[in-house]
Design a protein around this ligand. Structure first.
Ligand SMILES: [Zn+2]
Length: 340
């Protein structure tokens, strides 16, 4: 009898779950509507031949950028061979043939900007290139050795903090930074081409991706812009989305980042946290400390997004998509790392 009743209850619960799931999915997708991509950004989308699924653009000085409108890599052609910067998982396997359409020089060097598989997970396509040097930070090589991922070849030329590659009379300057991933990120600079590649920090025309490009170090991210601006470059490649950029894109992302940071700091530091917690206690109870703390953090987040969004929604694409995450990243920094 008890067993029968239990079965009936379980059946009712299962039905309830099945019945609710589509309803929940439906309501959440209907509730959130985002503004369309800005027309000025849309106009700069690259034209991609669907048969190739990538396009190549000559940006001068022997440097070519490859993009599928979502990921970007690049290569430098010299008299003695080609240096490739990153091999994304999406189109990495097509990079050798893309290069062969531009030059008959062999691929000699592959540089990794950082460990993330979306940017170097196509390196396996370079496996059979004889004598290939794979250049990366020592910390990146250590991580990849430990990971033992067949899609990400282990680097065979490593360095600590900076390295200059010289090939066929051209140079590439590599410098270690820590604005994005735990094991470090590179500035990849080709002075003769006035070309700068710094992956996962600035997406020209767009707000940064989630949480300032899922930075693991917002303190370093804040310093990144001044560090970039010290270099003389005309072309900027950030590794993502729909166009290459320039110094102007670095400047506007800096302005956005510091606006978010300063706004969150002001709102957080001026908030009467006791009053917000006391108000929340009326509904969640005075002993529910997590819920009271969350009420305070939610108030800072909501007030910051409400203030910032109108200032940026017409200046960068995707602001409404990621702004709450940017505010949250800045809030963690302001509350736990920053000075008053
Ligand atoms: Zn990354």
């Amino acid at each position: 009898m008890i067993v029968t009743r239990c079965r009936r209850i379980i059946a009712i619960l299962m039905f309830a779950v099945i019945w609710w799931l589509p309803a929940l999915g439906q309501s959440s997708s209907e509730e959130k509507a985002y503004v369309p991509v800005l027309p000025s950004v849309k106009a700069k989308f690259w034209k991609i031949d669907p048969a190739l699924a990538y396009a190549v653009k000559d940006v001068g000085g022997g440097v070519y950028v490859i993009s599928d409108n979502m990921w970007q890599s690049a290569f430098l052609v010299t008299d003695d061979g080609v240096v490739v910067f990153d091999a994304p998982a999406t189109f990495g396997s097509k990079i050798p043939s893309a290069i062969a359409k531009v030059t008959d020089k062999p691929i000699k060097i592959l540089v990794y900007s950082h460990i993330h598989k979306d940017h170097i997970g196509g390196s396996v396509a370079f496996k059979n290139i004889k004598g290939l040097q794979i250049v990366a930070l020592e910390s990146v090589a250590e991580f990849l050795k430990e990971m033992n991922d067949p899609n990400r070849l282990v680097p065979n030329v490593t360095f600590q903090s900076s390295k200059t590659i010289t090939l066929g009379g051209k140079t590439v300057e590599l410098t270690r930074h820590f604005y994005h991933s735990n094991e470090g990120d590179l500035f990849i600079y080709v002075p003769q081409a006035k070309f700068m590649m710094a992956v996962d920090c600035v997406t020209p025309g767009y707000a940064p991706f989630h949480g300032f490009d899922i930075t693991t170090n917002f303190h370093e991210y804040l310093k990144l812009f001044d560090e970039l601006e010290r270099y003389d470059f005309d072309t900027f490649v950030g590794g993502h989305l729909t166009d290459v950029g320039s110094k102007k894109d670095v400047e506007i992302t800096k302005e956005f980042t510091y606006d978010v940071y300063n706004t969150v700091k002001r709102i957080h530091n001026n908030l009467d946290q006791n009053a917000v917690a006391a108000e929340a206690a009326k509904t969640v109870g005075a002993d529910n400390e997590f819920a009271l703390f969350k009420a305070v953090l939610d108030r800072v987040t909501d007030d910051s997004v409400r203030e910032l969004q109108p200032r940026w929604i017409d200046r960068l694409a995707g602001v409404d998509v990621w702004l709450p995450s940017h505010v949250w990243t800045a809030l963690i920094y302001v509350r736990w790392d920053d000075k008053e």
